[in-house]
Design a binder for this molecule. Structure first.
Ligand SMILES: Cc1cc2nc3c(=O)[nH]c(=O)nc-3n(C[C@H](O)[C@H](O)[C@H](O)COP(=O)(O)OP(=O)(O)OC[C@H]3O[C@@H](n4cnc5c(N)ncnc54)[C@H](O)[C@@H]3O)c2cc1C
Length: 506
């Protein structure tokens, strides 16, 4: 186990958190678990850059017949969480605080998912929540700018968010492994998930655990484990568009001429911003462009929609990323040409990951439907009460939805419960989901997916996995009431206040 006593500074501490590696005062050595082998198998020496080579045969029908190869089991833990977005953060911290050895595997180079790598900058539907989400909001507000303070941390600086999440995971003793992508999952003869496979600079590795939580957003883990899922709407599986977020500078936040366009000054800011752009001959692909001041003259903008891009097609996501980045620069160049308050506007950075609104929705033991949200669903196993309305972004720019994919919103959303069984995989035991990949229909997803709900869902999944280990049962054998008794909340954060209800609208 990682030995905190041996590390003195933050860099060493975070390096040491990287799964499978213990950093001592003078030496770096592979953990015993990382070197676990049966006789004859020698894991690659990562310090020497060794690899386990792939071998196989190219067939003449466009495939590669990959030869079996032995790969190392790089580590074991109690609870393994895939994806370190808002849901994964909640899940990993909650499981670790419940005393579980918890590993968090993330493909990006930072924690936070859409919050950070996606440069989101606004947390919705968090005002009525207790627990880890309030701890995050408080830290973002206390350590953040005047804007963060004025919005109770819901408008935040993504760079500060990265740091806070690393610190929170560090304090909870979560074993964080960045730059590592889940590529496979193994189930046993009882249909229970027992291991995952990852790819990274360390090659292909297996990781075992007692319980697993899919917080990958796109449901990669559950799909690999053999769970059923839905994608998008209708037989065409069309999804809501992706968006490239960006940070910009060169605008004076105190300039009177800029105020009407800043989102936090009122909802009219968006149509005004669009009108300004159109009058300047700029036609943004997102028709509700958003400008937010974060701190010190750094703003975030959302001006782009990429339509018809499947989240699980890397080539199409790449195309969308490149096209969207070009559009963001084009829009900023166009605004700068307007002069006045825009004359020095410049892109500081575009997001490292294009914002993906939806991927797979994994079949759980309960499916949240739009109709149940209209009726204000209540449930004895409620882990979180959501209040955000339906927010379906058009699936096509021309708004010509194919008939089989007709989007029908059955009414106005009422506050509703997210029940524990919607977070438990229906088809595979020992596997939970949290965040935007939980079990729900296309319209319901457009409401529960926001990050003020993703964190409490993750927290509930983390506590449920921990409780199920303590009681030696499967997660689906516990009620939420039992989970709360076995693993009481470790968070001291009380419910937030949301007098303005500004966290319910974007
Ligand atoms: C453009 C846009 C604007 C939005 N606006 C808002 C808003 O204003 N406020 C709000 O609260 N919500 C907003 N949302 C919704 C919200 O951001 C997401 O629904 C939310 O982030 C879901 O959290 P999550 O943890 O489930 O997923 P994500 O944030 O997507 O996190 C998933 C994580 O898993 C990692 N991952 C994925 N696959 C793998 C793999 N195979 N192996 C390892 N790691 C993997 C990803 O890198 C990522 O870090 C917006 C979303 C988008 C895209």
């Amino acid at each position: 186990m990682f030995d905190r006593e041996m590390t003195t500074d933050r860099r060493r501490f975070l390096q040491g958190m990287a799964a499978g590696v213990t950093l001592g005062a003078t030496s770096l050595k592979i953990q015993p678990a990382a070197a676990a082998t049966h006789s004859g198998f020698v894991p690659p020496n990562l310090l020497k850059g060794e690899v386990i080579r792939t071998s196989g045969q190219l067939t003449n029908h466009g495939s590669l017949l990959e030869a079996p190869r032995e790969i190392p089991v790089a580590g074991h833990c109690d609870v393994l969480v895939v994806g370190a977005g808002p849901a994964g953060i909640g899940a990993a911290i909650a499981a670790a605080r419940a005393g579980m050895k918890t590993r968090l595997i993330e493909t990006a180079g930072c924690l936070g998912g859409v919050w950070t790598a996606g440069l989101l900058t606004k947390i919705l539907d968090a005002g009525n929540k207790t627990g880890i989400i309030q701890e995050v909001l408080t830290a973002l507000a206390v350590r953040g700018s005047g804007v963060a303070k004025a919005t109770d941390g819901t408008v935040y600086d993504p760079e500060l968010c990265k740091l806070i999440l690393e610190e929170m995971c560090g304090e909870a003793n979560v074993y964080v492994q960045l730059h590592t992508q889940l590529v496979g999952a193994i189930t046993d003869s009882r249909n229970r998930i027992v291991a995952i496979v990852t790819e990274s600079k360390s090659g292909r590795q297996a990781w075992t655990a007692s319980r697993f939580i899919d917080c990958s957003g796109d449901g990669d883990l559950a799909a690999q484990a053999g769970c059923q899922f839905d994608v998008g709407i209708g037989t065409t599986c069309e999804c809501q568009p992706m968006s490239m977020m960006a940070l910009v500078a060169g605008l004076d936040p105190n300039d009177e001429a800029l105020q009407p366009f800043i989102r936090e000054n009122g909802p009219e800011a968006k149509p005004r911003f669009l009108k300004l752009m159109r009058e300047a001959g700029i036609n943004p692909s997102y028709r509700s462009p958003t400008l937010r001041h974060l701190h010190s003259g750094i703003f975030s903008i959302m001006t782009n929609h990429e339509y018809g891009v499947p989240a699980t097609d890397a080539a199409r996501v790449t195309e969308a990323t490149i096209a969207s980045r070009a559009e963001v620069h084009e829009i900023v160049n166009g605004l700068r040409r307007l002069g006045g308050p825009w004359k020095d506007m410049a892109v500081v950075t575009t997001a490292e990951q294009i914002g993906v609104r939806e991927g797979r929705r994994i079949k759980g033991r309960y499916e949240i439907t739009a109709q149940s949200i209209v009726e204000g669903l209540t449930h004895p196993d409620a882990v979180c009460r959501a209040r955000f309305g339906f927010d379906v972004h058009h699936v096509r720019l021309d708004e010509l939805i194919p008939s089989e994919a007709k989007i029908t919103i059955p009414g106005r959303a009422k506050p509703y419960d997210i029940p524990l069984p919607a977070l438990i995989a229906a088809d595979v035991d020992g596997l939970m989901m949290a965040g935007r990949c939980i079990s729900g229909d296309f319209i319901a997803h457009s409401s529960y997916r926001v990050t003020g709900n993703a964190v409490p869902m993750g927290e509930a999944a983390g506590r449920t996995c921990a409780a199920s280990i303590i009681r030696d049962v499967m997660p689906h054998e516990l009620s939420w009431e039992q989970v709360q008794q076995i693993c009481p909340s470790t968070s001291k954060a009380a419910s937030g206040v949301s007098n303005s209800e500004s966290d319910l609208k974007d």
